[in-house]
Every structure is written in C-alpha cells, then in structure tokens.
Design a protein around this ligand. Structure first.
Ligand code: SF4
Length: 367
C-alpha cells in the first residue's frame, strides 16, 4: 500500500508547516506535479516522488466540450468512473456540477442514474478533487471556479458526512474560497438531513427535486417519497427557510402526460404559494431507462404561465447542449463499456442550479 504524505513527512521529520505549503500548492497554485512546488527543497520533492505518492486520488480520463459545457470523466482508485461538469456561463461564472456517489440508490423512476446499480459513496477528497480537476482545466484562462452544485450522480443527503465536509472545504479560504451563496446542494428529499443542513453554519443553498405536486404522484415517480412523505418534506423545507432565511429552489421536471397538466400546476401553486420558493421547470428528455415522454411545448408554456400569473417565481431551464437535457436536476447515468474500459454516456440530465438563464418565451422543448 502506498505511503501517505503525512506518513512520509513523519518518517523524515518534515516540519508541519510543509503540509500547509503543500495544501497551498495543490489548491491555490493548482500544481499538477510535485516538481512545481516552489516552496519545497528538491530533496523533499525527490522523496515524495520516490515514494510514488499520487497528487490526487482520482485520475482524469477524458474531458469533452459541448457548447459552453465541458464534461470530465474521472476514474477512482478502485476503478469506478464518475462525471463532473463545468458550465462556462456567458458572464464570469464558472459552475461545477459534482457527483457524490457512484450511481444512486434512490431509484427515481425517470432518472437514468437511478436505473444503474449504486456502487458506493464518494469520499470527501473525491468530491473536492472534482473541483480541483476543473480548476486546473481553467488555470490557463486565469479564472477560477465560482459556483458548485451538488447535482451530479447520487443523492447528496445519503452521504452527508463527505458532502458537508467537502462543502466546508470548498468554502474555506485555505482551499477554494467559493462563496457559500454560490454552493447549492440538491436532494430528492432526505428529510432528516435537511434539518442537519439547516444547521451547517454557512449560507449554502438548498434545492429540492420535487417533480410532483402531491404525495400520490410523487410516490409513483420517486419511491423515496414513501419513506419521507411530501408533508414531512415541506415541514423540513419550512424549517430550513426559517433557520437560514434562504429561498429554496424546487426542481420540477415536466414529463409528458404525467405531471405537466394544468391540474398539476394548480396543485403546485397551492403547495408553494405561501413559501419562499423558486420553481425551476426542466423539460424531460426520454432515454432508454424509462418509459416516459417529453412534454408538449404548449403544455410547458401553459404550465409556466399558470405558475407565473399566480405569483410563483418560475424559470424554465435551458438544455446545456444537444446531448444534455434538463430533467431531474441531476446528472444521469452513464454506462461503463468494460470492453473499451471507458465511460459511455447515456442521456445526461443537467441543471445548473439557480444560476442561469432568465425565462424566455421561446419554448425549451425546441431547444
Ligand atoms: S433523480 Fe437524483 S436522487 Fe433520484 S435516482 Fe436520480 S440521481 Fe438519484
């Protein structure tokens, strides 16, 4: 087993301040090789290299761009592939969407991630490293990651410890110094962790993958709703708002003839009218893992208008490229092509948090 850097420092009686210097070199200078550490003596760099201690636990396999979106495929030390996404907005913002699990155990019926077998939670380091890889990618532009959304593979609140630890690291001036207001965690509704998150102590935001305006329909689409019913979820949301003063984003993927009719919009208004809420409507794009249809353009517009005219803040989120579609507010599944030993992406669902694109009259169904 490879020695850790701490063990190596101890063995060689390296003073503790060197760890701080290393941290600075990795997260501030964004080095990709130990040789680039300007503050280390050569003998120390040689020792680290001799011990073959990797700079990161994951490896970047590939990155590819689609419009203003860049996808990064990373391989974990135990051979899993995960994906992170960078969105380069028209303004200065650079948003990273991170994964927190290898696939997902929640099993929402419309989601390709949930259709794949859950493997394991990512560690704190693995979550933070996703931002690190993207930061390195941006280094040549001399810009930094400004926003992070936990909307990739997995349910963040089923792996709360690494998620909360990574979030604090991203926010810390010693690491990425990303403003808490620019960090969003999205959950399918793991109620106890919403209470915990309300107490996290920094002003990070919350998004709820709602997708249905009543318990019956939500339960059909999202089995997690049987465990954490809608009433309990909304009570937890109210607590979060009371505690933090922060508005919650409610993600609602419009699926043809499932949850996209005016009767659903009416129920959604009833649910949210007295709440500090913003609704993000996403247009479902069909994929091989679920038997659901894309909504009709007229229904998307009617749904949006119904909400808007009744005082609900609502935005239709734009697709981030032809191969990416707005659906569950999460990245969705990818298949691992074992023969080629590379990740092959199925339909990807992506939403970039409450960060982008004001509502336009143009239908996203045509986007
Ligand atoms: S929508 Fe989110 S919580 Fe549901 S299965 Fe997909 S990744 Fe998991």
């Amino acid at each position: 087993m490879t020695q850790t850097i701490e063990e190596l420092f101890q063995e060689n009686k390296v003073p503790k301040f060197r760890l701080k210097q290393l941290q600075h070199a990795i997260y501030k200078d964004l080095i990709t090789d130990y040789d680039e550490i300007s503050t280390f003596p050569q003998w120390l760099k040689d020792k680290i290299k001799e011990a073959k201690i990797p700079l990161t636990t994951m490896e970047l396999i590939e990155s590819h761009r689609s419009g203003n979106t860049v996808k990064f495929v990373l391989k974990t030390h135990d051979g899993h592939f995960i994906e992170s996404v960078l969105i380069e907005h028209k303004d200065e913002r650079k948003t990273v969407c991170v994964s927190c699990q290898v696939f997902c155990a929640v099993g929402c019926k419309f989601c390709a991630t949930g259709a794949n077998q859950y493997r394991r939670n990512l560690t704190t380091e693995e979550i933070v490293e996703q931002v690190l890889f993207v930061s390195r990618y941006l280094k040549h532009q001399e810009v930094r990651v400004t926003n992070v959304v936990y909307m990739g593979m997995g349910e963040p609140f089923l792996t709360y410890k690494p998620v909360s630890e990574s979030l604090l690291m991203l926010n810390s001036p010693d690491y990425f110094n990303i403003g808490a207001r620019h960090i969003v965690v999205s959950t399918s509704g793991i109620v106890p962790r919403i209470y915990d998150y309300a107490e996290i102590g920094i002003q990070a935001k919350l998004a709820i993958s709602l997708h249905a305006p009543n318990q019956k329909l939500r339960s059909e689409m999202m089995p997690i709703s049987d465990r954490y019913p809608l009433d309990d979820l909304m009570k937890a949301c109210d607590y979060f708002v009371e505690k933090t003063g922060k508005r919650i984003s409610y993600e609602y993927v419009l699926i043809g003839n499932v949850n996209d009719q005016i009767e659903h919009a009416r129920e959604l208004v009833e649910l949210l009218i007295d709440r500090k809420a913003h609704v993000n409507l996403l247009v479902y794009n069909p994929h091989e893992f679920a038997d659901y249809k894309m909504p009709m353009e007229k229904d998307v517009i009617a749904f949006r208008n119904y909400l808007k005219t009744r005082g609900i803040e609502v935005t239709i989120r734009k697709s981030m490229g032809d191969d990416i579609s707005g659906a569950c507010g999460q990245l969705s599944g990818k298949q691992l092509d074992k023969k080629k030993n590379k990740a092959v992406f199925a339909q990807r669902e992506f939403f970039d948090g409450d960060l982008e694109i004001k509502d336009k009259s143009k239908s996203p169904a045509k986007a």
